[in-house]
Design a protein around this ligand. Structure first.
Ligand SMILES: Cc1cc2nc3c(=O)[nH]c(=O)nc-3n(C[C@H](O)[C@H](O)[C@H](O)COP(=O)(O)OP(=O)(O)OC[C@H]3O[C@@H](n4cnc5c(N)ncnc54)[C@H](O)[C@@H]3O)c2cc1C
Length: 464
């Protein structure tokens, strides 16, 4: 029997398990996940209704063969009396921005259905609730060491370990920052803050937007100071009309600079015709993997250095309800944004937290204080900086090596992980955020769903 060990039971691991259950053939799938439930991870464990998906239902199907899958599920769910608050968004179901917690329920339901399909041909999935701390590969299979001291063998293993939180300052005082910081999604902890107190947020991306929603839900009404290197805020997601796929029409556009120039031209054309610039931008999405893998190391580096902040704020857009709150607070002067670098922690009195920052273009550093600090600087993609047993062991054993630009880990296009010497493993695979360096965009629902389907076919085709 083919025993497949999936490390991580967030969206990636769960969708992979569901795809494997649906493929013909007997197999035992074990998903190692420390959280109580599969299918949630950090993103879909959200309990606040205000923490929504950043795309509408029409964009967030987990079935690569049916883009309407989430819309259909939501329609039935709402008809059965679920999510009564959806009435507040007077739009068709396809245009709703569902709460992320509800999306987790959808994923779990799709897994439950796949279990039924799998049962018919002897394929099973089991949730093993323990951390995997080490992994070894030999000629006959893979051996996992678990935090409870036990070991498990299988024929193949998949790293679906997701994202590791970042906490980078110039001096890498990550532990100090993390220790002082409030979780951006922990509304309960925020209820304990002085509601009029000043809150400091580091980072201005989508996690910051979520943190502002959390503070609002917690009843916080004081000032919020946001610091980020570039001071760029995510744009709001609108519903642009379709636009011709200009990259499909001209395959000679390859380098990031060529694509960038063409895209700017397309956006100008669209705006001149009174059409949203988001329309041409959204056509680029389908080509990102190809463009990124074709680009040279130098081009990738240039893109990350010069275009990344722009890409993040224009492409990773905010859901309209969250954006409406942020815009209101900005207009009221309760949220202010400053372009500054975080230098480290500073001593503060009376239970406050202090940070040292340097404003953009200024030589002098200054100290700012607040009743709380929220770290929303995003993700640590460089596994050499991740302080967890499994990444450390995999690196020490030479079973993995950093991916391009040290973004995640190196792998072949089918997800087979490359060892220290650059050889792709027949037994160890990865999917989702660890493949950031391979695909650039490797975290969104649709990326993960497509990878799960392709990887399941690879694993099912491989000999046990
Ligand atoms: C807050 C947030 C909001 C997001 N919103 C959207 C959105 O609106 N739209 C969109 O398209 N994308 C969104 N994303 C991106 C994307 O959908 C998620 O990152 C996606 O959940 C990735 O799934 P994953 O399973 O790979 O990783 P994760 O969700 O991080 O799950 C990985 C799991 O692996 C487990 N794990 C890790 N290491 C081990 C180990 N050694 N042993 C056992 N278990 C382990 C962890 O406990 C974790 O549950 C969001 C991401 C975040 C963080």
């Amino acid at each position: 029997m083919n025993d497949i060990l999936i490390i991580g039971g967030g969206l990636s691991g769960t969708l992979l398990a569901a795809q494997l259950l649906r493929l013909p053939g007997q197999r035992r799938v074990r998903v190692f996940e420390t959280r109580a439930e599969l299918g949630r991870g950090e993103a879909y464990s959200a309990t606040e209704l205000g923490h929504t998906l950043n795309g509408n239902a029409a964009r967030m199907s987990v079935d690569p063969d049916n883009p309407d899958d989430l819309t259909q599920w939501l329609t039935a769910h709402i008809a059965a009396g679920g999510w009564p608050e959806s009435d507040a968004q007077p739009v068709p179901v396809a245009e709703l921005f569902p709460p992320r917690g509800l999306f987790g329920v959808y994923v779990q339901q799709r897994l439950a259905e796949a279990r039924q399909v799998g049962q018919a041909h002897g394929a099973t999935v089991e949730h093993v609730r323990v951390e995997v701390v080490d992994l070894q590969v030999d000629a006959t299979g893979v051996r996992l060491s678990l935090a409870d001291g036990s070991q498990v063998r299988g024929s193949q293993a998949v790293l679906a370990t997701g994202m590791f939180p970042a906490a980078r300052t110039r001096q890498r005082q990550s532990s100090g920052l993390n220790a002082a910081a409030v979780d951006p999604w922990d509304v309960q902890a925020m209820r304990g803050l002085d509601p009029q107190g000043r809150v400091l947020i580091i980072g201005s991306g989508l996690t910051m937007v979520d943190a502002v929603v959390s503070l609002d839900q917690a009843g916080h009404r004081g000032p919020i100071q946001v610091y980020s290197r570039h001071g760029l805020l995510p744009h709001v997601r609108r519903q642009p009309p379709t636009w011709p796929d200009f990259l499909a029409a001209d395959l000679s556009l390859r380098s990031p600079l060529q694509v960038w120039r063409a895209l700017r031209g397309q956006c100008r054309q669209a705006m001149a015709a009174g059409i949203d610039w988001q329309a041409p931008l959204d056509t680029v999405r389908a080509h990102i993997g190809r463009l990124w893998s074709q680009a040279s190391e130098r081009e990738k580096r240039q893109f990350v250095r010069h275009a990344r902040p722009w890409w993040e704020s224009h492409h990773h857009r905010s859901p309209p309800p969250s954006d409406a709150l942020l815009q209101r607070l900005l207009a009221e002067g309760r949220v202010t944004i400053a372009a500054a670098s975080l230098l480290g922690m500073a001593p503060a009195e009376n239970g406050q937290v202090g940070i040292r920052v340097r404003d953009r273009g200024q030589a002098r550093e200054r100290v700012d204080t607040g009743v709380a600090l929220i770290n929303s600087t995003g993700i640590e993609y460089d596994w050499r900086r991740v302080d967890r047993p499994l990444p450390r062991q995999l690196l020490a054993r030479g079973l993995i090596r950093p991916g391009p630009l040290a973004l995640g880990i190196a792998a072949a296009a089918n997800g087979a992980v490359e060892n220290r010497e650059g050889r792709a493993s027949p037994r160890l695979f990865a999917m989702g955020p660890p493949l950031r360096g391979l695909w650039w965009e490797s975290t969104a629902v649709t990326d993960v769903a497509a990878q799960a389907k392709a990887l399941a076919l690879t694993l099912a085709g491989a000999r046990g």
